[in-house]
Design a binder for this molecule. Structure first.
Ligand code: HEM
Length: 141
């Protein structure tokens, strides 16, 4: 995975942070209205923080295999607790990529498209796969 390329792209994107987050959630709720319920009660600011947290987390630790294994299963388990179903990861990834593409403007390239797609697939498949099938949905409460 080309993490240097991702980090450079990420730096550009975070300069437009709040607009990016707003756009992401607008698109997500437009295309997949079912996800709106999961974020019910959250302010726009809290939602923006969630998106940014996710990205910072990902970018900071992507190279660290031990961290990835230790943390992504737990993150996936918490997401089950939030009511996130496995198929929603595909929706979320599609909208994230669409937002990045739009937010990057002319800086967007086929290499970035491929690198972000790969990174998202790795992260989200770990989050889904490593959650035990019988996990207690309320384990994190
Ligand atoms: C690569 C995929 C994803 C990453 C890295 C990610 C990351 C995060 C992080 C870091 C948080 C903050 C709370 C915590 O650490 O538990 C969070 C919260 C949340 N995520 Fe995600 N997320 C991802 C995918 C999704 C998807 C697919 C959905 C469903 C549409 C979703 C819905 C939520 C919700 C509803 C919260 C709010 C939890 C709360 O504060 O009550 N996430 N996510």
């Amino acid at each position: 995975m080309d993490t240097d390329l991702l980090r450079r792209s990420f730096t550009l994107l975070t300069k437009r942070e709040q607009r990016l987050a707003d756009r992401f959630y607008t698109l997500l709720f437009e295309r997949y209205p079912a996800t709106r319920l999961l974020f019910r009660g959250r302010s726009a600011r809290a939602k923006g923080t969630m998106l940014l947290d996710a990205l910072v987390l990902l970018m900071a630790n992507l190279d660290d295999e031990v961290w990835v294994q230790d943390n992504l299963a737990a993150l996936g388990l918490r997401h089950r607790g939030y009511g996130v179903a496995p198929e929603m990861y595909g929706w979320f990834g599609e909208v994230l990529l669409a937002t990045f593409r739009e937010g990057s403007g002319e800086a967007w390239t086929p290499e970035l498209e491929a690198a972000w797609t790969e990174a998202y697939q790795i992260i989200s498949s770990r989050m889904v796969r490593e959650v035990p099938a019988q996990a207690d949905l309320h384990a994190t409460e």
